[in-house]
Design a protein around this ligand. Structure first.
Ligand code: FAD
Length: 349
């Protein structure tokens, strides 16, 4: 039987899978429940080499970044629209402790490809304490909204996109294949983000998802276009709006309502970065799919070989989804071995 794939979920994971199938000329149907707010729709789309409090290069960054650049540029060419924007990224150090840490880290050989030779030279009218920072190369941001919308329109034009809230018991699988809605497929790939923790076949995956809040802000940055960060990041988008974020809440009652405390904390942190006044015009929250102690997981279910999974992209969905999607499909369609770091079956209980 020639391959035909059913994808559940059109977030960053499902969209990358659909494009990879299109590139290989493998027929697919992608189904999404079309929620107004999802993790991928809310995401700032930042792709950043040196991250976190530890100031280290993000794991396998060069590999994922190369692939992401090629992939999003390819999608942009096909749809005659640009989605990925390489940008300088200025990280300002918060305190003496961070300055001391950076003094040690900045000479690491693996840092060098990502460090700009010039100091950031920020405008002191815009940013507090513009000294004590460094500028990163090979950073970018993905316009996730534009990428998801344009991809959806393209998949609709192929008659490969469906709106539905797929219940796990509507999808039947056996050794021969998968059926859903009277249609046959060779595989189903669940790429449904954090809600997979309620999937009856996947309840054993150790999800530890986190609610994130992001602000839309207006402020006069005097023409500054780079991404700025001190305690929180600030992204100048091409439409003139700014995004600032983001928070991590490990226990939350409501998946889409920003908590006032998180918004206040974010606003206070933003004030330590920006000297110029800033107005919050919108707040949004969504849940990042995170799997405990894993960068992401994918592969087929241990006892349902036609049922596959791609999830746990955490805060790196823009960077990693192109590579992960290709790798999973090579495993399903060509029989190549999965990278152990992401293999669902090696993490089954
Ligand atoms: C505030 C915030 C800021 C972020 N910033 C960044 C950033 O700067 N850079 C970055 O790379 N990442 C960022 N992220 C993380 C990024 O958004 C995630 O890595 C990514 O969106 C995960 O994509 P996904 O496709 O796995 O999940 P989702 O985006 O959750 O997509 C899953 C999709 O499946 C659909 N779905 C679920 N169940 C069903 C079903 N049963 N039937 C049909 N459809 C279904 C959902 O409606 C949804 O559309 C941020 C996240 C948040 C919350």
């Amino acid at each position: 039987m020639s391959p035909r794939i059913l994808i559940i979920g059109q977030g960053l994971a499902g969209t990358a899978l659909a494009w990879r199938l299109w590139e290989r000329e493998v027929p697919f149907v992608i189904v999404d429940r079309d929620e107004a707010i999802t993790c991928s729709k809310v995401a700032a789309g930042l792709i950043t080499p040196i991250t976190g409090m530890r100031l280290t290069v993000s794991w396998r960054y060069a590999l994922f970044y190369r692939e992401a650049l090629r992939f999003y540029r390819g999608c942009g060419r096909r749809l005659k629209q640009r989605f990925l924007f390489p940008r300088g990224y200025v990280r300002l150090l918060k305190n003496e402790q961070e300055i001391a840490k950076w003094e040690k880290r900045r000479r690491d050989p693996d840092m060098q490809p990502f460090l700009h030779r010039q100091p950031p030279q920020l405008n002191a009218d815009v940013v507090h304490n513009p000294q004590n920072g460094f500028q990163q190369r090979h950073a970018a941001w993905l316009d996730t909204t534009a990428y998801l919308q344009a991809s959806r329109a393209f998949f609709e034009s192929l008659d490969s996109w469906r709106k539905a809230d797929v219940k796990p018991d509507e999808v039947h699988d056996d050794a021969q294949g998968v059926t859903w809605n009277d249609q046959s497929f060779t595989h189903v790939i669940w790429a449904q983000g954090w809600s997979a923790q309620h999937h009856p076949l996947l309840h054993w995956v150790p999800f530890q998802s986190a609610l994130g809040t992001i602000l839309t802000v207006t402020a006069d940055l005097h023409g500054e276009k780079r991404i700025l960060n001190r305690g929180c990041w600030l992204l100048p988008r091409n439409d003139g709006t700014l995004r600032a974020g983001s928070t991590y809440e490990w226990s939350f009652a409501d998946q889409n309502t920003p908590s006032p405390t998180q918004v206040q904390e974010l606003e206070a942190t933003l004030q330590t970065l920006l000297k110029t006044s800033a107005q919050i015009t919108a707040t949004q929250s969504a849940v990042r799919p995170i799997i405990k102690n894993r960068q992401a997981l994918m592969g087929t279910h241990p006892s349902h070989p036609r049922v596959a999974f791609l999830n746990g992209l955490g805060s790196k969905g823009s960077l990693r989804s192109p590579w992960l999607a290709r790798h999973l499909l090579e495993h399903l369609l060509d029989g190549t071995a999965l990278d152990e770091a992401f293999d669902l079956q090696q993490n089954s209980v």
